[in-house]
Write a protein that binds this ligand. Structure first.
Ligand SMILES: [Zn+2]
Length: 80
């Protein structure tokens, strides 16, 4: 697929039209909070950006390590 360059004025007009059309939904969405599985609480509007962020990745990695440590400790308790 070949993308044609879009004139900045056209893009600005499109964005303004979109905002005017969906203003209510955008404003409501901005107020909503999203609790991610990594433990972060973020604005619903930045959910997709967060899911690709290093913060999300690091939190998930840390959670994985924590779960492993907890599992190991529980197994030690079971064996003792
Ligand atoms: Zn996350």
């Amino acid at each position: 697929m070949v993308y044609k360059p879009v004139e900045p004025e056209l893009k600005a007009k499109y964005n303004l039209d979109y905002y005017t059309k969906h203003k209510q939904r955008i404003l409501t969405n901005n107020k909503l909070k999203f609790s991610c599985v990594c433990g972060s609480v973020i604005a619903m509007s930045s959910k997709s950006r967060h899911l690709n962020s290093s913060r999300h990745f690091n939190n998930m990695h840390r959670n994985e390590i924590c779960n492993k440590v907890i599992e190991e400790e529980e197994q030690k308790k079971m064996n003792a």
